[in-house]
Write a new protein. Structure first.
Length: 202
């Protein structure tokens, strides 16, 4: 019978391999971010959104490259997954903010991130990042309903139509349910994989 140390080593190797694929794939987001910057320049060249993206995109591009190089040199370091998932949540909320808040076409990606949080993040970090996602969703919703979102709304996407409170709160509730379910499913899948691995190495 193999020891628990064998389980930990196999798990670490697989996590490192998956993390490497993640960091490599994330490099392909850099051209996408540049396209977003170009699109924003065409739609709203002198606004605050452009200023945010001019800071956000170079910073995150450097982070993407640095994390990939770090993985190449050292493999999976401690807290690397939690740190990178935190970057993902902050980055997505930033992009959602500049592209319309609750109306942003990028906001549904948070459901995928919630699943990944449950799958890979430590429980404490997953809880905090999930809370940050939910805070973002409900902040966007409140800004829409109270019309404090006049700076946030993006007429190029929503046509400048006035927000309907019932629709806004329905969207926020749906996002809340999907985020919670995504994290629960991710955590359940992780537990199932860990159980299968433990049985395999016995």
């Amino acid at each position: 019978m193999r020891t628990p140390a064998a389980f930990e080593e196999i798990q670490r190797q697989e996590m490192s391999r998956l993390f490497g694929l993640f960091t490599r794939a994330r490099l392909f987001l850099i051209p996408t971010l540049l396209l977003l910057l170009g699109g924003m320049w065409l739609l709203e060249p002198g606004g605050w959104r452009m200023a945010v993206l001019l800071v956000f995109i170079p910073v995150f591009a450097v982070v993407f490259v640095a994390e990939f190089r770090r993985w190449q040199r050292r493999g999976l370091s401690r807290h690397a997954i939690d740190r990178n998932l935190g970057v993902a949540v902050v980055g997505l909320l930033t992009i959602a903010t500049v592209s319309g808040g609750l109306e942003s076409p990028f906001l549904p990606i948070m459901v995928i991130i919630a699943f990944v949080l449950g799958l890979f993040a430590t429980p404490a970090v997953a809880t905090w990042l999930m809370a940050l996602e939910l805070l973002g969703v409900w902040t966007f919703a409140v800004l829409l309903v109270t019309r404090g979102d006049l700076w946030l709304r993006f007429p190029a996407l929503d046509g400048g139509r006035p927000p309907m409170p019932a629709r806004v709160f329905t969207l926020a509730i749906i996002f809340t349910i999907l985020l919670v379910m995504g994290r629960f499913v991710g955590r359940s899948v992780r537990r199932a994989f860990d159980l299968m691995l433990r049985r395999t190495i016995r």
